[in-house]
Design a protein around this ligand. Structure first.
Ligand SMILES: Nc1ncnc2c1ncn2[C@@H]1O[C@H](COP(=O)(O)OP(=O)(O)OP(=O)(O)O)[C@@H](O)[C@H]1O
Ligand SMILES: [Mg+2]
Length: 390
């Protein structure tokens, strides 16, 4: 039987112990109670451990299911994307094939006949011939068939007025070359061998046009491939580096110099900002797509305002154009892959989808606001990438 003992000495007047008192208690019940509590605690610990394990397994299962779901969503979207991509690659490939075919057809006879033609021309006529070629390269590709017919009728009248024979056929060739005004070329058109001159000029201009088409088509094809790469996160080897965003934007502006110089005023409101962690090439693709859209919306005429500033934990970059604006009803769709309001050949509808995906990778975001005459896309990039992990 477990007992508990208490004892205390009793002292006499001189401080000596005269006797002691002791008490004994039976503590069987308390000991049993303590044992019970210890037992309870132990079972409780085991139960908690078991429950924790069960919950962990449940959580793992849930995470696997979620990953599978995301993966299957991604695969479904990829399936759709691939169908679009096949189409988007076929169009430029078709253009490349037919242009290359034309160029091969025209190049042989041109190489053979050009030297003797140039020898037969006086220096003044050679100049006129160069002028004819130059004008043809500036061909306005945006004319409608109706506008072109109208210009052709005027050209026929002009040629007939100058007593040039077969005015119809000549006007046909000139219009194909993008020439709607014959004033500067009458000296050539009045020559005896003008048919030969025109034929060579026409073939040369077709060859030149072919290279332009191939160039544009190759650009389009590589854009589609880039989109696919971004989507599949194929180039995950690329590293994030601290980079100067302002410089990136300036580089893109330089690339667009050609489109800007005839009628676009560029306003730069650039604050001084710190370097930002980013995938440099991809971020440049963001500025490229936004600036490209802005220029297309303004048809290369108007004001392009670029703003860079630091606000809180973000760098804000906005691109504003003075173009026609985005109608409210299409606003919710503009970031959808393959959504475009542009004619085939001009837009594939991937630009903003690419932008969004790239910004997701940067833990950034993009907002759009538009009224006719002012459309702004604002990009937010975290200054400190790692702080944004939630
Ligand atoms: N700055 C803008 N002004 C007016 N509309 C715009 C502007 N930016 C985008 N949009 C609209 O959003 C659509 C989708 O843009 P997105 O860049 O994704 O594709 P796209 O320009 O049509 O083709 P891509 O960029 O692949 O050549 C455009 O077709 C256009 O209707
Ligand atoms: Mg675009």
């Amino acid at each position: 039987m477990p007992i508990e003992v208490w004892g205390t000495p009793i002292y006499d007047d001189k401080g000596k112990v005269s006797y002691a008192i002791a008490a004994f208690a039976d503590i069987t019940q308390r000991k049993q109670a303590e044992k019970l509590v210890a037992e309870y605690n132990r079972t409780l610990e085991i139960q908690v451990a078991e429950r924790t394990q069960e919950l962990k397994t449940a959580l793992d299962n849930l995470q696997t299911t979620q990953e599978e779901l995301i993966q299957s969503e991604k695969m479904a979207a990829l399936g759709q994307l691939v169908a679009g991509v096949a189409h988007e690659l076929n169009t430029p490939l078709g253009a490349i094939r037919s242009s290359a075919g034309n160029m091969i057809k025209f190049l042989g006879p041109t190489i053979t006949n050009l030297p003797s033609l140039l020898q037969s021309l006086s220096p003044a006529e050679t100049d006129t011939f160069s002028q004819l070629m130059y004008r043809s390269l500036q061909k306005d590709m945006t004319l409608t068939a109706r506008e072109e017919r109208k210009l052709k009728r005027a050209l026929i009248r002009q040629l007939e007025g100058e007593d040039i024979e077969e005015a119809d056929d000549i006007a046909d060739t000139l219009v194909d070359m993008g020439i709607y005004e014959a004033d500067d070329f009458l000296s050539l058109l009045q020559k005896g061998d003008r048919d030969r001159i025109l034929e060579i000029a026409y073939k040369l201009s077709e060859i030149q046009r072919g290279t332009q088409i191939i160039n544009t088509a190759a650009d389009r094809a590589s854009k589609v491939v880039f989109a696919l790469k971004t989507y599949a996160r194929y180039d995950s080897s690329e590293k994030m580096v601290q980079s100067n965003i302002t410089q990136g934007i300036e580089t893109v502006l330089t690339l667009y110099q050609n489109n800007l110089k005839h009628g676009v005023e560029v306003i730069r409101n650039f604050a001084k900002i710190p370097p930002v962690p980013c995938y440099v090439d991809q971020l440049n693709q963001v500025w490229t797509n936004l600036i490209h859209n802005a220029l297309q919306a303004m048809e290369n005429k108007g004001t392009l305002t670029l703003e860079i500033l630091e606000e809180g934990k973000y760098i804000k970059v906005s691109v504003t154009d003075s173009g026609k604006g985005i109608p409210t009803e299409i606003m919710p769709k503009i970031f959808t892959p393959f959504f475009t309001t542009k004619p085939p050949g001009e837009g594939s509808g991937l630009g903003l989808d690419i932008v969004k995906k790239i910004l997701d990778k940067h833990r950034g975001k993009i907002e759009a606001a538009s009224v006719p005459g002012t459309t702004t896309f604002t990009v937010f990039l975290p200054v400190n990438f790692h702080e944004t992990i939630s």
